[in-house]
Design a protein around this ligand. Structure first.
Ligand code: NDP
Length: 332
């Protein structure tokens, strides 16, 4: 089997030289453990933070060791009564061909409900992020205007679709004309703009003339400042991420207009999806229902081959993906 190690910590944008593909012997499961052959692994923006040697809500990756993260695959050996050989599971043993671990660390998934990789996206962590971040943190009401940045990505695309389902007017931003067309034509956004075309504040003036009720922030920086400027009184901002800052090598300035949050009585609230496991059952029921009924579309960008996982990760931070970025490790 093969796995990918963190060879050096990126300074700014990650490069291929930060990663190393290493040949290892396939591990033997101990009592209570299973051996899983990975079919797909996830690359996610939060992994960039784990490549720095800093304290955060997840510990940093260690130099010279395999990276990890979401992966879905099939149990090929089991020494636990909880899982049997042939079961499909999702776990956190990504960035490698085979993972071994306690059976409790894996959850069974149903490959008949959706393609396996959907459990890394729409039916997985990003899907649940969109669900709790929009519904529980943003609390949109039918008729309100919801703006989401990073709208062509895994989380953002679902936020827009759920907001639409809830009867809101949806406005999204993304980094290319093609993505903007995708938002309008495939994801049902009422309006969309390319944040690289000009100031976000100007685009929001045009597209949200009456203001924004809920802003779902995936990117921070200029777009967060522009959204604060355009929020209505009592508006809610769900702080999900700030990808425009993940490669920064020194602290970045905050929104210069934060004082507006006072007069407008805004709520700005950060959240981490893993704190909301009490909503997992609701999320899975609703999202799989919406998928089945065709109310939510499954969007993904697939990169083929474990050896190309670093390329997929670097591409994710550059915007190469539309929908969830995944790496296919095994074809069957
Ligand atoms: P995406 O699928 O959205 O991929 C990242 C996207 O970010 C790229 O496709 C790119 O699209 C965009 N991007 C890159 N650089 C910039 C920039 N400078 N300004 C604006 N956009 C940029 O990733 P996810 O959906 O997985 O994650 C989206 C956000 O949600 C991230 O901030 C992530 O950290 C956060 N997150 C938070 C969680 C939580 O629990 N709080 C859980 C999961 C995700 P484009 O071409 O449009 O630039």
């Amino acid at each position: 089997g093969r796995e990918i190690h963190l060879k050096s910590r990126p300074q700014g944008e990650p490069t291929q030289s930060n990663f190393e593909l290493v040949e290892v012997t396939i591990p033997e499961p101990a009592e209570g453990q299973v051996l899983v052959r990975n079919h797909f692994m996830s690359v996610d923006p939060y992994m960039r933070g784990r490549m720095n040697d800093t304290k955060s809500y997840v510990p940093p990756f260690q130099l010279g060791q395999a990276l990890d993260g979401g992966a879905v695959g099939q149990v090929v050996r089991s020494r636990s009564p909880a899982l049997k050989e042939g079961d499909f599971v999702v776990g956190s043993g990504g960035w490698r061909d085979y993972s071994v671990g306690n059976a409790k660390g894996y959850s069974k998934v149903d490959p008949k409900l959706a393609p396996l990789q959907a459990y890394l996206g729409v039916l997985g962590m990003p899907g649940q992020t969109a669900y709790v971040g929009l519904l529980d943190i943003g609390k949109p009401v039918a008729g309100e205007t919801v703006f989401v940045s990073g709208a062509a990505g895994a989380v953002g695309g679902l936020v827009g679709q759920i907001a639409k389902l809830k009867g809101c007017r949806t406005v999204g931003s993304a980094g290319s004309a093609q993505k903007v067309a995708h938002l309008r034509e495939k994801l049902g956004f009422d309006a969309a703009f390319n944040y690289k075309d000009g100031p976000a504040a100007q685009a929001l003036d045009t597209l949200c003339p009456e203001g924004i009720d809920v802003y779902f922030d995936n990117v921070g920086g200029e777009q967060l400042e522009a959204a604060i400027g355009k929020m209505k009184n009592h508006g809610r901002i769900a702080l999900c991420g700030a990808i425009s800052q993940y490669n920064a090598t020194s602290p970045t300035p905050g929104p210069r207009n934060l004082i507006l949050a006072v007069g407008k009585r805004l709520t700005l609230r950060g959240f981490i999806v893993s704190d909301h496991q009490d909503r997992y059952a609701d999320f899975l029921r609703d999202m799989s229902g919406w998928l089945r009924e065709g109310k939510v579309t499954l969007e993904e960008t697939v990169v083929d081959g474990l050896e190309r996982a670093p390329e997929a990760f670097i591409g994710l931070l550059r915007g190469d993906n539309t929908g969830k970025m995944v790496v296919r490790i095994a074809a069957d």
